[in-house]
Design a protein around this ligand. Structure first.
Ligand SMILES: [Fe+2]
Length: 329
């Protein structure tokens, strides 16, 4: 089941190096995309306007220009501002990631490109674009705010892409309805939008939080629910409000117990925790899937999570790993 079609997307590859261009063209064509390429020596904005691609793969190191600056111009031009951009470069260190965010880039990949990673990122970004194009104006505004908030901490290395992909595939595994999967995907964007009300000094604090700081952070679920009121017909508000409840009633904001916690909120919190554990953060290394699953199992044993659901999620991740290992052979 593909709820967001990514077929027939057009990609413009901008790279001065012929070998890199050819490699990307071959890989992307294999995935069924329509690919156009340029060496970046002529005006890139003109090329983007002429070709109207869904996505540009843009090298940051070009002889006459800086890819980050070009990215900024594409994003600032009203004719091309909705074009998605993946920057490609030799490093994805903190400075480069900051520049990527500042220039409006959607992602930054390191060359030589990993075939599976490129394929997954491109698919995910095209799907996000299709999702965005299907939103009404209010929804687009909320998604834009959520994206801006998320990039504030330079924390999520791959923005929402991993969480969205996890939400879709686990939703399909559980045979959820199309509408429920859509709600999980919306939640991936919007669940922490309420952190807009949390000052940076609290949100990004490295040390232990005071009681009042913890209270401020915990309010993000209520603020988020309020901000997203225009979406109340969609079934996403219960996920935003309840994604920090715990199975034994020790969570917030309503101390709901067991199946009082809305089903999609139970599912979403497991996805959110797992994704945070396996992701790299400025202050921590990523855990392996096995380590992350162990932590979820510990949380279930403590009574914080629905242990049956954690069991299903564990089976799902283990099955996905077997599939991807077979795919790499
Ligand atoms: Fe949250």
């Amino acid at each position: 089941m593909n709820i967001f079609k990514s077929d027939s997307a057009k990609i413009l590859v901008v790279d001065n190096n012929l070998y890199s261009r050819t490699q990307m063209l071959d890989l992307l064509s294999l995935d069924g995309y329509q690919v156009v390429e340029t060496d970046g020596n002529s005006d890139i904005i003109t090329q983007v306007v002429r070709n109207n691609p869904d996505l540009v793969l843009l090298d940051v190191m070009m002889p006459y220009t800086d890819g980050f600056e070009v990215c900024k111009h594409i994003k600032q031009d009203r004719r091309t501002c909705l074009t998605r951009i993946i920057l490609t470069g030799v490093s994805d260190d903190r400075k480069s990631r900051l520049r990527c965010i500042e220039s409006g880039g959607d992602d930054l990949l390191v060359k030589p490109l990993d075939r599976l990673l490129l394929s997954a990122r491109v698919r995910s970004i095209i799907e996000q674009k299709r999702l965005y194009e299907g939103l009404d104006q209010t929804e687009q505004l909320l998604f834009s705010i959520a994206t801006a908030i998320e990039s504030r901490s330079c924390d999520r290395r791959h923005s929402f892409a991993e969480l969205i992909s996890l939400a879709k595939s686990f939703g399909e595994y559980l045979e959820l309805s199309k509408e429920d999967i859509k709600n999980l995907v919306y939640a991936a964007y919007l669940h922490d939008i309420g952190t807009v009300a949390v000052p940076d000094s609290v949100l990004l604090k490295k040390g232990k939080l005071t009681d009042s700081e913890r209270e401020t952070i915990e309010k993000h679920v209520l603020v988020g629910e309020k901000i997203c009121q225009p979406l109340k017909g969609r079934g996403i508000l219960p996920i935003i409000r309840h994604h920090h409840e715990r199975w034994d009633g020790s969570g917030y904001p309503d101390s709901l117990k067991g199946n009082e916690i809305p089903w999609l909120a139970q599912i979403f919190q497991i996805l959110d925790i797992y994704e945070a554990l396996i992701s790299e953060r400025p202050y921590k290394k990523p855990l392996t899937p096995t380590e992350a699953l162990d932590i979820l199992a510990e949380e279930a044993a403590k009574g914080w999570r629905n242990s049956k659901l954690v069991g299903k999620f564990t089976a799902f991740i283990n099955a996905s790993q077997i599939v991807s290992e077979v795919g790499m052979r």
